[in-house]
Design a protein around this ligand. Structure first.
Ligand SMILES: Nc1ncnc2c1ncn2[C@@H]1O[C@H](COP(=O)(O)OP(=O)(O)OP(=O)(O)O)[C@@H](O)[C@H]1O
Length: 272
């Protein structure tokens, strides 16, 4: 309780108000407002096409809202960002990066160590002109240890399981000690064992105090440390509250347009 009330007065790391974001010939986010405070852990749920990835691209400044009265588009209290600086504050782990990665690593034998270090250079893997400092190496070793993949440091990413690859991608996002980690559907296509291990890693990251914004289709990804759940539909927020308020059979059935039953164990939720 004390932690939750402390967070209510923590600084806003994301402050979006009245965002209207076009993609193609239509508006994908409409009059969209969202605030996230430092230290909060948030899950974002919504059906395909509801605008979740668009929101992430707005965070990473790959796309911009139209300029309208009332617009606020701030990250860490600033509206203007150099994209390279921003990447140091918001670590992004998204499946499209993994697709790019799979192209890269089949061409070049990028190891886990190299992939993590390449976060310093915003590349996927190291190139001859990259100068890796001893402090970078030390930090990367610490990250690999934290992610429990030290034994994979010198293994090419192309020879790792999907779960191991995702850990290494998180390592790449962690090199700058970002304020927040934004994870876009991180457990997709992992087998049940790898999903379990990955959720344990998310719990460890959350407990280490980093803000997590988790976009997922899997209710069971909403780990106990996540207190706030946001529901998105048609480019709007249709629910924002605690897990007990948001993860109900009625709400999720309406959201996903299917009859879903929420089952809750002591600290976890899932749907059947
Ligand atoms: N490059 C694009 N050009 C035009 N429209 C796009 C583009 N990318 C996405 N859209 C449209 O924007 C809407 C929101 O897409 P978005 O990818 O943000 O949804 P999402 O919630 O992340 O979906 P999913 O769960 O399938 O990943 C969709 O209707 C989609 O067709």
């Amino acid at each position: 309780m004390a932690a939750a009330s402390g967070r209510r007065s923590a600084p806003l790391i994301l402050d979006f108000r009245s965002l209207t974001v076009p993609r193609g010939d239509r508006f994908v986010l409409r009059d969209f407002s969202l605030q996230i405070r430092r230290g909060e852990h948030v899950a974002l749920l919504g059906p395909n096409g509801s605008g979740k990835s668009t929101l992430i691209k707005a965070i990473t400044r790959e796309i911009y809202p139209v300029d309208r009265p009332g617009l606020r588009f701030e990250l860490l209290g600033r509206a203007d960002w150099d994209i390279n600086d921003l990447r140091g504050h918001f670590g992004i782990v998204a499946l499209d990066q993994l697709h790019n990665l799979s192209h890269e690593v089949t061409l070049r034998q990028v190891t886990a160590r190299e992939l993590v270090l390449s976060g310093y250079f915003n590349s996927l893997g190291l190139w001859p002109h990259h100068r890796v400092k001893p402090a970078h190496e030390r930090h990367a070793r610490g990250i690999l240890r934290f992610l429990e993949i030290s034994h994979l440091a010198h293994r090419p990413v192309s020879e790792m399981s999907s779960g191991e690859q995702r850990r290494a991608m998180i390592g790449r996002a962690l090199v700058h000690d970002p304020e927040a980690l934004v994870l876009d559907e991180p457990t997709n296509s992992l087998d049940p064992g790898a999903v379990r291990e990955f959720r344990d890693l998310l719990r460890k990251l959350a407990r280490a105090g980093r803000t997590l914004l988790l976009v997922t289709h899997h209710i069971a990804d909403v780990i106990p440390e996540i207190e706030r759940v946001i529901l998105m539909q048609d480019g709007r927020i249709v629910g924002d509250g605690s897990k007990a308020q948001m993860l109900t059979s009625g709400r999720l059935s309406r959201l996903f347009g299917a009859r879903l039953k929420v089952v809750k164990t002591r600290r976890n939720y899932d749907v059947v």
